[in-house]
Design a protein around this ligand. Structure first.
Ligand code: SF4
Length: 425
């Protein structure tokens, strides 16, 4: 397609902005090939780079590139944290499509040594990890081009829901999103129609594939990108924020209050809030009375959720449905209230609940051993001394019982009412 909207350099900023608006009116929503062809030949005149994650959907954009010009530079950010399957897929797709100019970008080894010597920065500060492993290497390269092409789509997240075909960035570059209007079904149909090889992890439930530590399987009905940085207030790696000299917006610091499997981790679940929709919430502990009142809606909700059982609740009411929940939170409202222990034992021993059984509320160090004996596997802990005891492994515990639980605990000798002194482990 030919048009007089080609960009003559230099342009005044307002004129370029107007041209972008006009460009976005030129193409049918689904004319991805038209958008890309025009961007390469008319708008940017080959002064363009393609950026691809070689993830679950990448084959579509790269196939379009192969139809237009196999020599176009395609950048893959080799962060050093990818799944081995992704690295294999880069080779597979490159060969299959005959791409002649795939360039692997790696982080500066000096940055990695300085900021992430143990390779664990993703866990404590994912923004900085993305910054040194993705944003900086890409920024340096993209500075050599008038624009770049991405595979982003509107359906992927709410934040991407207004994505146009063409964007003008504040550093006066043009970003092209040929697949902006493609749906998940369109992407899959395109892959099938053109016989494109799938990412090896796609069949295992990965719908958006980034670095291995920050990517999880996505449940049916979730946003495709819900598996990225799960549990963190982070949706993008930073390379897609506007170029304004700033790095990615910092994620809100997430306090790690959930003690599970021997360490404190960011809690993927949140508490129920007024106005929440039982049919649509995700990773939320739904109070028992709310579940009972909206049972059909909750059971029809496709997202992972939890159940909150407060001290006065009767677990018997929901026994048959416990298996629907990925997490059951048992409330311990105060130290002297023992009803949570009974609830936990019923859940684990009578109803054989096998998911995460967590203690919430007034969780203190003296209770944790008892809670574990009752089947609790995770603890939400804010009490500083208890947190310290858990972190340092100095929890006071008891291994002699006058009220044994299950068949494994045996009363001491013939006088089970005599408790031995606590032991520190
Ligand atoms: S996605 Fe995760 S591992 Fe990859 S660069 Fe970002 S924080 Fe680091």
């Amino acid at each position: 397609m030919s048009t007089n909207l080609a960009f003559d350099v230099p342009e005044s900023a307002p004129r370029r902005a107007l041209q972008i608006v006009a460009l976005n009116g030129l193409f049918d929503e689904m004319d991805a090939e038209g958008v890309l062809r025009h961007a390469v030949s008319e708008v940017l005149r080959e002064d363009v780079a393609i950026v691809s994650s070689f993830g679950a959907d990448s084959a579509v954009l790269l196939h379009l590139v192969s139809l237009i010009d196999r020599r176009l530079p395609v950048y893959f950010l080799e962060t050093g944290k990818h799944f081995p399957e992704t690295l294999t897929y880069v080779e597979t797709l490159t060969r299959h499509l005959g791409l002649a100019n795939v360039r692997w970008l790696r982080p500066d080894p000096k940055d990695v040594t300085r900021f992430d010597p143990r390779g664990e920065l993703w866990e404590s500060d994912p923004d900085s990890c993305c910054h040194i492993r993705k944003t900086e290497p890409l920024d340096a390269e993209i500075a050599n081009f008038g624009g770049w092409v991405t595979g982003r789509k509107r359906y992927q997240t709410a934040e991407r829901g207004v994505l146009p075909h063409f964007e003008l960035t504040s550093d006066d570059r043009i970003k092209v999103n040929p697949l902006a209007y493609f749906s998940d079904a369109d992407v899959n149909a395109y892959k099938r129609a053109h016989g494109l090889p799938e990412h090896p992890l796609f069949a295992k439930g990965y719908r958006s594939i980034g670095c291995a530590p920050c990517t999880t399987v996505v449940a049916e009905g979730e946003d495709p990108r819900a598996g990225r940085w799960r549990g963190l207030n982070k949706k993008e790696c930073g390379i897609h924020f506007d170029f304004n000299g700033a790095i990615a917006k910092p994620v809100a610091a997430v306090e790690k209050t959930l003690f599970k499997d021997g360490k404190f981790i960011a809690d993927p679940f949140r508490a129920w809030a007024e106005g929440d929709d039982p049919a649509a919430v995700r990773y939320t502990h739904i109070p028992l009375e709310m579940f009972v009142a909206n049972r059909a809606a909750v059971l029809g909700n496709p997202h992972p959720n939890g159940l909150l059982i407060r001290a006065g609740d009767a677990i018997e009411e929901v026994a048959a449905d416990l298996g629907r929940f990925a997490s059951v939170a048992v409330e311990f409202p105060k130290f002297s209230d023992g009803r949570g222990y009974t609830t936990a034992r019923l859940a684990s021993e009578r109803y054989h609940y096998a998911g995460e059984l967590r203690a919430v509320g007034d969780v203190l160090m003296d209770q944790i051993t008892l809670m574990r004996r009752c089947g609790i596997t995770a603890f939400v802990v804010v009490h500083p001394a208890t947190r310290k005891a858990l972190e340092t492994g100095t929890l006071v515990t008891v291994n002699r019982y006058y009220q044994p639980i299950g068949s494994a605990e045996v009363p001491v000798g013939t006088r089970p009412f005599l408790r031995k002194a606590p032991e520190t482990v």
